[in-house]
Design a protein around this ligand. Structure first.
Ligand code: SF4
Length: 427
C-alpha cells in the first residue's frame, strides 16, 4: 500500500478521474514531447472512451486537456461506445504531425482519485501498466509500497500488539513529512469552505443551479441547537462541493465529487469542540488510511463501482476522523468507518447531464450528516460488531461489479435519465 497522499490530491474540480487525472496525464505527455524534443507537431489529439467520453463534457475533461496542452492545437474526440481494456475511464493521446502520423502515443487510464496508469506498449497485459507517479522523479516515492499491511484486520492486530493508534501507524511508515503535506491539504480545505460560503450565483453548465452554501449558512445562524449545527454542517459540505462544481481548487477526499464531506466534518467539529490544528491533521491521517484501504482493496472510482466508492468512502473516512476526534478507540474508529460505507452500499453514480452537481452536491451534505451519525453510533458502542470493515470493502467491490454500467458515471440511467432535456451538457 502506498502513501495516503494519493487520497488527498490538490487540484481543480469537478472530477478527480475526469479532470485531475486527464489534466496530469496530458501535462506529463507534453513533458515527454519536450524531453524527446519532438518537433513539427500539428496537433495534440485526445480520444476519450467509455465513461470519460459519456460524461467528459459535463465533467470538463476536454477543458482540462486543452489547458494542460496550452500552446498546442488540441482536438478532443469522444467515443462513448468503446471501452478500453483496463478501465471504463480510458483515453489515448497522440502528437499528430502535418501528414497525419502519430509521433508519440500513450494509452491512459484515469482510475479514480486522480491516479493515472499508462499502457505504453498498448498490449493487453495489465503488468505493463505504469503509474504516472512512477514517471515523475520527485514523486517516485509516492508510488512505492510503504505500508507493511493492506487490510484493516492486519493493522488492528498490529495496533493491539504495539499499543499504537492509527495516526502513529501512519507516521511510522510515512515519516514526519506527512504532517507538512496534511497541513497543505487542510489549508486547501479551509480555503474551499471559505470561498464556497462567500460566493453566490449560478453554477456553470445548463442545469442553472443556484449556489446554496451561502444561503444555508446565513439561515442556519438564525436557528438554535441541533438545527443550527446540522444546518451549518450542510453549508460547509455544500460550499466545497459547489466550489468543486465550478472547477475551483479543492483537495480530494477521496475524490473531487465527494470532496465536501470530510472538510465539513473537520471544520464543524473544530468549531464545536475547539479542536487544535494539530489534532485535525491527525484526524486527516486516520481518514486517509481508511480511504487508502478502500482504494487498495476495492476502488474509489465512480466509473468502476458507482457512487458508493466516492460518497460512501468519503463518509467512511469522515466517520473515522470524527470518531478519532471524539476520543474513540481503534475498534470504534473501525466500526464508524465500516458503517459509513455499509450504509451507502449500492449507491449509483448517475450525474444529471454529466455535471458533478445533481445528485453530487447534496450528497456531500447528507453524507456529512451520516458520518456524524456513524460516529455517535460507534462511540455509544464498545466497538464490537459482526461485519468487519474489510468485509464491507469486499462487499462494496462486488456490488460495484454487479451494478449495470448505466449506474457507473455514464449518465445513462437513474437520476441522469429522469430529465432528458438536460442530458446534453453545454459545450
Ligand atoms: S454521483 Fe457520486 S460518484 Fe457520480 S460524479 Fe457524483 S459524486 Fe461522483
Amino acid at each position: 500500500m502506498n502513501t495516503i497522499k494519493t487520497i488527498f490530491k490538490i487540484g481543480k474540480g469537478p472530477s478527480s478521474s475526469h479532470t485531475i487525472g486527464p489534466y496530469n496525464a496530458t501535462k506529463a505527455f507534453i513533458g515527454e514531447i519536450n524531453r524527446k524534443n519532438i518537433k513539427k507537431i500539428n496537433k495534440i489529439r485526445a480520444s476519450l472512451y467509455g465513461s470519460l467520453a459519456l460524461t467528459g463534457r459535463g465533467h470538463l475533461t476536454d477543458k482540462a486537456i486543452i489547458e494542460a496542452a496550452s500552446g498546442y492545437n488540441v482536438e478532443v474526440l469522444f467515443f462513448p461506445e468503446k471501452i478500453l481494456p483496463f478501465h471504463p475511464n480510458g483515453m489515448v493521446i497522440d502528437a499528430i504531425s502535418k501528414d497525419g502520423k502519430s509521433l508519440l502515443s500513450w494509452e491512459i487510464y484515469s482510475i479514480g482519485g486522480g491516479e493515472v496508469l499508462i499502457n505504453f506498449s498498448k498490449n493487453d497485459d495489465s503488468k505493463n501498466l505504469v503509474n504516472l507517479s512512477e514517471l515523475e522523479g520527485d514523486e517516485k516515492k509516492d508510488f512505492l509500497d510503504i505500508y507493511p499491511f493492506s487490510t484493516m484486520e492486519e493493522i488492528l492486530t498490529f495496533l493491539r500488539k504495539s499499543g499504537k493508534s492509527f495516526l502513529e501507524y501512519v507516521e511510522d511508515f510515512e515519516g514526519s513529512s506527512i504532517w507538512d503535506y496534511l497541513s497543505l491539504v487542510w489549508q486547501t480545505m479551509l480555503q474551499s469552505i471559505d470561498r464556497g460560503i462567500n460566493r453566490e450565483g449560478v453554477l456553470p453548465g445548463n442545469l442553472h443551479i443556484y449556489r446554496k452554501a451561502s444561503l444555508y449558512h446565513a439561515k442556519s445562524l438564525n436557528f438554535m441547537g441541533n438545527m443550527q449545527k446540522e444546518g451549518l454542517l450542510y453549508s460547509y459540505a455544500l460550499a466545497v462541493a459547489e466550489e468543486n462544481a465550478c472547477g475551483g481548487i479543492i483537495a480530494t477526499a477521496p475524490t473531487c465529487g465527494s470532496s465536501g464531506v470530510l472538510p465539513a466534518i473537520l471544520f464543524h467539529l473544530k468549531g464545536e469542540y475547539n479542536i487544535t490544528e494539530h489534532k485535525i491533521l491527525r484526524a486527516l491521517a486516520t481518514a486517509g488510511l481508511i480511504g487508502k484501504l478502500v482504494q487498495t482493496n476495492a476502488s474509489i472510482s465512480g466509473a468502476e463501482v458507482g457512487c458508493q466508492g466516492e460518497i460512501g468512502v468519503a463518509c467512511s473516512m469522515a466517520a473515522a476522523a470524527a470518531t478519532y476526534l471524539l476520543g474513540g478507540t481503534p475498534s470504534q474508529i473501525e466500526y464508524a468507518a465500516e458503517m459509513g460505507l455499509e450504509h451507502h452500499l449500492g449507491l449509483t453514480c448517475d450525474p444529471l447531464g454529466g455535471y458533478v452537481q445533481i445528485p453530487c452536491i447534496e450528497r456531500n451534505a447528507f453524507a456529512a450528516a451520516r458520518a456524524i451519525d456513524a460516529c455517535l453510533f460507534s462511540i455509544l458502542s464498545d466497538g464490537s460488531h459482526k461485519i468487519s470493515f474489510d468485509k464491507i470493502v469486499e462487499v462494496m467491490k462486488q456490488t460495484g461489479k454487479d451494478l449495470p454500467s448505466i449506474y457507473k458515471e455514464t449518465s445513462l440511467g437513474g437520476i441522469a435519465y429522469v430529465n432528458k432535456e438536460n442530458e446534453q451538457p453545454e459545450v
